[in-house]
Write a protein that binds this ligand. Structure first.
Ligand SMILES: [Zn+2]
Length: 343
C-alpha cells in the first residue's frame, strides 16, 4: 500500500525542515502506517523527555533490560479484529430500525451513503446491515464512519455535548473541535474524545476495544479515567470498565501478561503476571504501568513504583511510600512527567 516507509524523514519532519509537499507526504503516510507512527511517537517522546528529564546514567542492568525489551518489541503485531465471524450473517441489506415516525424539528446529523435515511435526530437509532455502512456528520465537529452490523443511537446533540450510544458493532470517529465535546457510551464505559481519530468496537458480550490513531481519548467509568493516546489500545469489559491501556508496539509477552493482570483478581498468579509485565516493559509501557498503580493492591504498587521509577524517574519529593499510599500530590507531580507519553 505504501511506496516505502518514511522513518528517515521523521526527524526532519519533527524539526520542521521539510518542504510543504514533503510534509504532506509524511502526514498522509503517518495516518496510514502504524510502524512509522510508532517511530514518530518515539521521536516526539525523545524530544519531550530531553526537555523535562535530567540526564542520568542508567545502571548497567537497566540497559540490558531495555535492550532486551527493544529486541522483543521489534515484531509488529497488528490486532486482528475479533469480530466473531458473525456466523448467521443472513441479513444482507441495510435496514433502518426504530426510527421515530414523526419528523422531529431541531438539530440533527447528516447521514451519507445509507439508503432511506439522510438525517439522524436525538432519540433515533441507526442500524447498518451486514453489507452496508454509513457516514454520519457529528454536527459540525467531526465525522463518524459506521461499520456493517453496527447499531448507534443519537442521544444528545447540542453546542457543548454530542453523545451517542454504541450498542454493538464498530465506529471510526474523527473530530476537529475542542476536547470533551463528543462522547460515545458503550455498555462498559464511555469514550470521551480529546481531539482525535479512533475506532471503537463493541462485542456481543458488551466488552469493547478502543484503538486511537491520532490524538487522545479518555475512557471513563465511575469517575475513573483511563487515557488512551495515539498508537494505543484499551479493552473494556462489562461490569469491569476500562482495562489498562497499552501501545500497539509493546511486546507480545507484555501484552499477554497485562491482559491477565487485568482479568485476574488479587493473588499469587496476578502478582506473577505483574512481574512479567514489569520485566518486559520498556519506556513507552510506562503508559500501562502508570494506569496500573491505582488499580492494584499496595504490595503490587510498590513493585510498579520500582520499575516505573527506572523508566521515568519521579521528580524530587515523590517517594515510594507516598505512591504506594496513592498520595494525590505525589501522583500529580509524577504525572507531569509520565504524561509526556501522551501529550
Ligand atoms: Zn511506514
Amino acid at each position: 500500500m505504501f511506496r516505502k516507509h518514511i522513518i528517515r524523514d521523521l526527524s526532519a519532519y519533527h524539526h520542521n525542515e521539510l518542504t510543504l509537499a514533503a510534509r504532506q507526504l509524511v502526514e498522509t503516510h503517518l495516518q496510514n502506517c502504524p510502524k512509522c507512527r510508532t517511530a514518530y511517537g518515539e521521536i516526539q517522546l525523545g524530544a519531550r523527555l530531553a526537555s523535562v528529564l535530567h540526564v542520568s546514567a542508567a545502571p548497567e542492568p537497566l540497559w540490558d533490560v531495555l535492550q532486551d525489551a527493544q529486541r522483543v518489541s521489534v515484531r509488529h503485531r497488528r490486532w486482528i479484529p475479533a469480530i466473531a465471524a458473525a456466523g448467521f450473517a443472513i441479513v444482507v441489506l441495510a435496514l433502518v430500525i426504530s426510527l421515530r415516525n414523526h419528523a422531529a424539528a431541531g438539530p440533527s446529523w447528516e447521514v451519507d451513503g445509507f439508503p432511506g435515511i439522510s438525517r439522524l435526530r436525538p432519540g433515533e437509532t441507526l442500524q447498518t446491515g451486514t453489507a452496508s455502512q454509513a457516514e454520519v456528520k457529528i454536527a459540525n465537529i467531526g465525522q463518524l464512519l459506521v461499520s456493517p452490523d453496527t447499531r448507534i443511537r443519537l442521544l444528545v446533540t447540542k453546542s457543548n455535548e454530542h453523545r451517542i450510544a454504541l450498542d454493538r458493532g464498530r465506529v471510526e470517529a474523527q473530530t476537529w473541535a475542542q476536547p470533551r465535546l463528543f462522547i460515545v457510551d458503550t455498555p462498559s464505559a464511555s469514550a470521551v474524545d480529546l481531539g482525535c481519530k479512533y475506532s471503537l468496537e463493541v462485542q456481543e458480550d458488551g466488552s469493547s476495544l478502543l484503538h486511537v490513531t491520532v490524538g487522545l481519548v479518555a475512557f471513563e467509568r465511575d469517575g475513573r479515567e483511563t487515557i488512551v493516546p495515539a498508537g494505543a489500545f484499551c479493552r473494556t469489559r462489562r461490569n469491569a470498565g476500562p482495562g489498562t491501556p497499552f501501545f500497539e508496539d509493546s511486546s507480545t509477552d507484555f501484552k499477554a501478561a497485562l491482559q491477565k493482570v487485568d482479568s485476574l483478581s488479587e493473588g499469587p498468579e496476578r502478582t506473577r503476571q505483574l512481574e512479567i509485565v514489569l520485566e518486559k516493559s520498556h519506556i513507552r509501557d510506562a503508559l500501562s504501568l502508570w494506569h496500573l498503580i491505582p488499580r492494584l493492591e499496595a504490595q503490587s504498587r510498590g513493585l510498579i513504583y520500582d520499575r516505573l521509577a527506572q523508566l521515568l524517574p519521579p521528580p524530587p519529593g515523590v517517594t515510594r511510600d507516598g505512591i504506594v499510599a496513592l498520595d494525590p500530590k505525589m501522583l500529580d507531580a509524577w504525572r507531569t512527567i509520565v504524561s509526556q507519553l501522551w501529550q
